[in-house]
Design a protein around this ligand. Sequence first.
Ligand SMILES: [Zn+2]
Length: 73
Amino acid sequence: MLDGDTGTRCSAAGCTAPAVHAVHWRNPRIHDVDRVKTWAACDAHRESLAAWLRSRAFPVTITAFGETVERVA
Ligand SMILES: [Zn+2]
């Protein structure tokens, strides 16, 4: 996630805004329940990234960037 001295950028394609939210998710078909994937998100893309995941029926949890979660259910 971290890319050194420039800080972490939003995970949305083409977006260079700094990450301020963390979108934690899991694909239930391929990930165990304790597996957590995390995308970085700016304010503008937090909801669109989460919506993309929810549209695929993936569990999603959003936190402040830098926070971690034990699991998403
Ligand atoms: Zn963004």
